[in-house]
Design a protein around this ligand. Structure first.
Ligand code: SF4
Length: 195
């Protein structure tokens, strides 16, 4: 019987060097992504790249303020990602509301709804600060301390309670039901196109 724990350091090294990012810029900090990805900072040299499918991405960058409407998508996207998955929050807004601290529709504590592994202070954090955050994340992954995905499972009741308090129980089903008419129309459109 193979004891996979022996291979953990090697697996963690590979994980930190091949992170795929959820391509979903949630706030104004997303504007720092082009310089990060292009020749100036060239994030790809770390084996990182944006991925259009959350089901194949392990790093979720929350790039700024979060509203209840965005939070629903963030939670659903986060839950779609496979384990292990990591969350890096950009700037003050996801942590304490930032300049929107007294706005009725800004989420003040993202970590009440999903776990945050690394947070970067600043408004808005410069690409250098984001690079620092990414290096910190790599360090945590390599040492096995980027464990937000485990905390989400272990404390799911806590996160779910906070989510339900904000959106009301059964919000996932209600959100899904709203998509059904749209999907049915799309199906008809596609079917119609073939005829
Ligand atoms: S911290 Fe500043 S840059 Fe980031 S989302 Fe908030 S207002 Fe925008």
């Amino acid at each position: 019987m193979v004891d996979w724990r022996l291979y953990e350091p090697l697996i963690n090294f590979a994980r930190k060097r091949s992170m795929w990012i959820v391509a979903f810029c949630t706030g104004c900090g997303g504007i720092e992504m082009p310089p990060l990805m292009t020749s100036r900072y060239d994030l790809e040299r770390f084996g990182m790249m944006p991925n259009p499918a959350p089901r194949m991405a392990d790093l979720f960058l929350i790039t700024g303020y979060v509203t209840p409407k965005t939070l629903k998508r963030i939670i659903i996207t986060y839950e779609m990602q496979p384990d292990p998955k990591y969350v890096l929050a950009h700037g003050s807004c996801p942590l304490n509301g930032g300049i929107y601290w007294d706005a009725y529709n800004a989420i003040k504590h993202l970590d009440k709804y999903i776990p945050v592994d690394v947070a970067i202070a600043g408004c808005m954090p410069r690409p250098e600060a984001v690079m620092d955050g990414i290096k910190k994340m790599m360090e945590l992954i390599e040492t096995g301390k980027a464990d937000g995905w485990k905390r989400y499972k272990e404390n799911y009741e806590y996160y779910k309670k906070n989510q339900d308090e904000l959106f009301g129980e059964g919000w996932r089903e209600r959100t899904a039901r709203r998509w059904i008419p749209w999907l049915m129309n799309k199906k008809k459109e596609i079917g119609g196109g073939k005829q």
